[in-house]
Design a protein around this ligand. Structure first.
Ligand code: C2E
Ligand code: CA
Ligand code: CA
Ligand code: CA
Length: 278
């Protein structure tokens, strides 16, 4: 029994050590990835249900890791938030997304570019200045940038977060609440946040129109948003049935695989150049 126990510990020990080592390797590699410009942005179109036009794109980061391939964000965003690399990563994303949107703007395809912002980024004292500088350096009109913030982002230091969001809003940048309905925050935060748009989380979209509870939730979000004069975009739209339901219930915009998965910038312009409003 003792021997087995000891072996058990040895096994546990070495596998723990391996995990720690993997984590450090990943951290080093990610730090280098930012310096060596291995990060890529993919873009997923956002379509208006009012006229069917492409009105925006969400920028989603990937890591083209040499010898590994395209690494999805779920595999490195959390780590980057824990070790602080998200700040450098997020600044890169912000600048790259604004520059790309400006290039499309000049090429005759003006659209709103949506950029994900981590709570860790929002907590940085210079976050507002970073946003201002990305806009200035790219030349992108402020109203063409939208920042996606989760409900949880304002919970940590409410006054500081709200102050920054108001400053950003005052520049003319749009704000969206990402993954709406999945956070722990209460509606009182929403009331104080200067937001333009709610993004209905894909978990509520997945089973409409068949799941009565999800239909009720989506209807409730749309009714509340309408009363608060907020726009709504539904994410994770994969089927015509979902699209029809959302359209009939008055949702303004959709995003999801039904229209397109996130694609690289070249594919995006090739596919959607003529689908915009202008
Ligand atoms: P998110 O912001 O909720 O982004 C939506 C995710 O859903 C994306 O995954 C997108 O590819 C995926 N998706 C889009 N349409 C559909 C659909 O019809 N069905 C399903 N099942 N999924 C769909 P992705 O690109 O892997 O990103 C995952 C998450 O990583 C994002 O979730 C976001 O939280 C985070 N993320 C991505 N890029 C950034 C970034 O630049 N900064 C930060 N802080 N987080 C990022
Ligand atoms: Ca998002
Ligand atoms: Ca989302
Ligand atoms: Ca999500």
């Amino acid at each position: 029994v003792k021997a087995a126990g000891r072996n058990g510990w040895q096994f546990f020990d070495s596998s723990m050590a391996r995990l720690v080592e993997q984590r450090l390797d990943m951290e080093t590699a990610l730090r280098q990835a930012i310096e060596r410009e291995e990060l890529r942005l993919y873009y997923q179109p956002q379509r208006s249900l009012e006229d069917g036009k492409i009105v925006g794109a969400e920028a989603l980061v990937r890591w083209e890791r040499p010898g590994v391939g395209m690494v999805p964000p779920q595999e490195f965003i959390r780590l980057a938030e824990e070790n602080g690399l998200i700040v450098a990563l997020g600044n890169w994303v912000l600048q790259a997304a604004c520059s790309q949107a400006m290039a499309w703007n000049k090429a005759g395809m003006p659209l709103r570019i949506a950029v994900n912002v981590s709570v860790v980024q929002l907590q940085q004292p210079d976050f507002v200045a970073r946003v201002r500088s990305a806009l200035k350096r790219s030349g992108l009109p402020t109203r063409c940038l939208e920042l996606e913030i989760t409900e949880g982002a304002v919970v940590a230091d409410v006054l500081d977060a709200l102050d920054k969001l108001h400053q950003i809003k005052a520049m003319g940048v749009e704000l969206a609440v990402d993954d709406f309905g999945t956070g722990y925050s209460s509606l009182s935060y929403l009331k104080q946040m200067p937001v333009d748009r709610l993004k209905i989380d894909q978990s509520f979209v997945r089973d409409i129109p068949n799941n009565a509870d999800d239909c009720a939730i989506v209807r409730a979000i749309l009714a509340m948003a309408s009363n608060l004069k907020l726009q709504v975009i539904a994410e994770g739209v994969e089927s015509e049935d979902q699209l029809t339901f959302l359209h009939d219930e008055g949702c303004q915009e959709v995003q999801g695989y039904l229209l397109s998965p996130p694609v690289n910038a070249d594919s995006f312009i090739a596919r959607f150049r003529d689908a915009g409003r202008v």
